[in-house]
Write a protein that binds this ligand. Sequence first.
Ligand code: HEC
Ligand code: HEC
Length: 196
Amino acid sequence: MEKRRWIERSGQWALAASVLAISASAFAMPPTAAMWDNGCAACHGTLGASAGPAMPSLAGQSKEAIVAAMKSFKSGARPSTVMGRLATGYTDADFAVMGDFFAGQKLHITQQTLDPMRVAKGASLQASKCGGCHTENGKVSNDDAPAMASQWLLYLRMQMALYVEGKRKTPGMSEAIKKLSSDDLESLMQFYASVK
Ligand code: HEC
Ligand code: HEC
C-alpha cells in the first residue's frame, strides 16, 4: 500500500479511536478494561494509581474487594461522597470487569511524610490486632479486604473516621477497632501508609 493511503487510513483509525474513547467515557458501551481506566482515572489515577491524597489507589486490590466495595456503595451500606451515586449506574457484571482490571495492576507505592515513632507503634498493633485479615502488612488484598499498603494517609484517616463513628461497618473489624484509642488508630494508618 502506498504511503499516502496508509496515512489517510491511520487518520481514520485515530478518529475512530477517539470516538470510541468519548463514548467509553460516557459509559455508553459494554465494559472493557480500557473503559474503566478512562472512567475511573480522573479520580483514581492512571491504572488505579491515585495521585492522592483523598482518592484511594485501586491498583492491586483484589477483585473481591473491588466488587464488595462497589456493591456496598450501590446498596448504600457503605457511606460515600461520590461512589454511591456513581455505582448505581452499573451491574454486578460491570463490577466484575472493574475488579479484574484493577486486581491486574501493580500496587501503587507512595512516598509520604510520616512520623517514624507512630509507624513503629502501628507495626506492632498491626501484627497483633489487624494482621489476621489485612495480611502481609496490608500489601495483599485478602478476599474482600482491600490492600492498604502505601494507601494515602488522608484517605485512610477519612475511612477510619467513618468506622469510628459507626457509619461504615465491617463484621470483625468494627469490634477490633473499639478496643483501640484514636492515637493507636492514627499509628496504624501511618503504618499502612508507610509500607512499600
Ligand atoms: C469523581 C471522582 C471518582 C470517580 C470518577 C470514581 N471514583 Fe471511586 N472513589 C472516589 C472517592 C472520593 C472514594 C472514597 C469513597 C467516597 O467518598 O465516595 C472512592 C472509592 C472507591 C473505592 C473504594 C476503595 C477502597 O479502598 O475501599 C472503589 C473500589 C472505587 N472507588 C472504584 C471506582 C471505580 C471502579 C470507578 C470507575 C468506574 C470509580 N471508582 C470512579 C471517587 C471517584
Ligand atoms: C475480621 C477481619 C478484619 C479485621 C480484624 C480488621 N479488618 Fe480492616 N477491613 C476488613 C475488610 C473486609 C475491609 C473492607 C470492608 C468493606 O469494603 O466494607 C476492611 C477495611 C479497612 C479499612 C478501609 C480501607 C479502605 O481502603 O477503604 C481500614 C482503614 C481498615 N480496614 C483498618 C483496619 C485496622 C486498623 C484493623 C485493626 C485494628 C483492622 N482493619 C482489622 C477486615 C478486617
